[in-house]
Write a protein that binds this ligand. Structure first.
Ligand SMILES: [Mn+2]
Length: 372
């Protein structure tokens, strides 16, 4: 009985086992899916979307912080990660944001189907400066380190002498060092602030009642930027929908800090073109810093963030608004509050954040800056 079963098993396995015969050369090139001809060599020099170490969209890595390595560098736009999340009021985790956004950017390439541009093959030399080394135990020291990282990255000798930085957060506090560095180079700027929260809270209202340094956080950095004179009174929030702490005081203070508000549901009233027009007329021809808190998106499109608020934009709506800002002189930008540990296994948020960063790069590349 058992012997028959054994034969039966052997019979089945011999029926399905077969040799795999490979063609005389490998069927694909390392760089893609094009069959090789019989005389073509196999090559492993050209990068594929999955090869190499992970920089943003596979652009070259540069150590922008070490003087001896950075001095000979020339670049026009640098990616700078800011792994800092100890200034949050809700879920932490955005210190992993820069790495997450880089992973989400692996397939970024080619010509944009809407704008017809390819930022990776343009006049602009792009580098990824990696993440700034920030201590995770002392916010004051970490933010000073980030101040220095921005300053050093911006001061390197460059092709255009007008280097710009696109930073990957990190919680929203990391925008403050970015604005300090743009102020040194360009003076005060209008901020186009995509967010569900106003982030102009008075440090006395949010955190400052506990200790002085606790007042510097992801809900107060725009108030502090205003106090330091870094931003113009022609700034604008886009996508606001979270409640305020004091109904009159917070909004009065927001206006004092230089902001107008375009609420999330204003998109339904004005449409994409209306929102773009409102933003453009608000900032006029002033130089602009664009900060995108990924929580401007609805949690359906960006669940992996610290303070998610229902009722936000879709990814398509946000990208359409960003691409509609072509021509605005963007001197710096960021994507912040990406906390990959809350993401879906399909990388919903980091894919969206990478595409947002791509659109911000497009805005920078399509509008080369002249020396100040
Ligand atoms: Mn924010």
């Amino acid at each position: 009985m058992y012997i028959y079963k054994l034969f039966a098993l052997l019979g089945i396995s011999s029926a399905i086992a077969r040799d795999i015969v490979f063609p005389p050369v490998a069927g694909i090139q390392a760089s893609g899916q094009i069959p090789l001809g019989t005389n073509d060599p196999v090559e492993i020099v050209t990068n594929s979307q999955f090869s190499g170490l992970t920089t943003f969209a596979h652009i070259p890595y540069a150590n922008c912080f070490a003087d001896d390595e950075a001095k000979p560098l020339t670049y026009d736009i640098a990616i700078l990660g800011a792994p800092f999340d100890t200034g949050v009021t809700a879920r932490p985790g955005a210190r992993y944001g820069p790495g997450g956004i880089r992973l989400g950017s692996r397939r970024l390439k080619g010509w944009n189907i809407y704008t017809g541009e390819n930022v990776f093959e343009s006049w602009a030399k792009l580098v990824d400066c990696r993440d700034a080394p920030l201590t995770w135990l002392d916010n004051t020291v970490a933010l000073k380190q980030l101040d220095l990282a921005h300053k050093v990255s911006l001061s390197q000798l460059t092709l255009s002498r007008t280097p710009r930085i696109l930073s990957l957060g990190g919680d929203h506090t990391t925008t403050l060092p970015a604005l300090r560095s743009t102020y040194e180079k360009w003076g005060p700027v209008s901020v186009i602030h995509f967010d569900s929260h106003i982030d102009t809270w008075d440090p006395e209202v949010l955190g400052g009642g506990i200790s002085h340094y606790a007042g510097v956080n992801h809900g107060t950095f725009l108030h502090i930027a205003h106090e330091e004179g870094l931003i113009r009174n022609t700034s604008v929030h886009v996508g606001i929908r979270a409640p305020v702490i004091h109904p009159k005081g917070d909004l009065r203070n927001d206006i004092r800090c230089g902001f107008e508000i375009i609420k999330a549901r204003d998109l339904d009233r004005f449409g994409i073109d209306g929102v773009i027009e409102n933003i453009k007329s608000r900032v006029g021809d002033s130089r602009v810093y664009i900060s995108v808190d990924i929580d401007v998106l609805d949690p359906a499109y960006a669940p992996a963030t610290g303070t998610a608020e229902p009722g936000g934009f879709t990814t398509r709506e946000l990208l359409s608004i960003l691409d509609g800002l072509r021509g605005v002189p963007v001197i710096g930008a960021d994507v912040v509050e990406v906390a990959p540990i809350y993401d879906t296994t399909a990388e919903t948020t980091t894919l969206a954040a990478a595409e947002v960063a791509h659109s911000l790069l497009c805005l920078m590349v399509t509008n080369p800056m002249k020396d100040k």
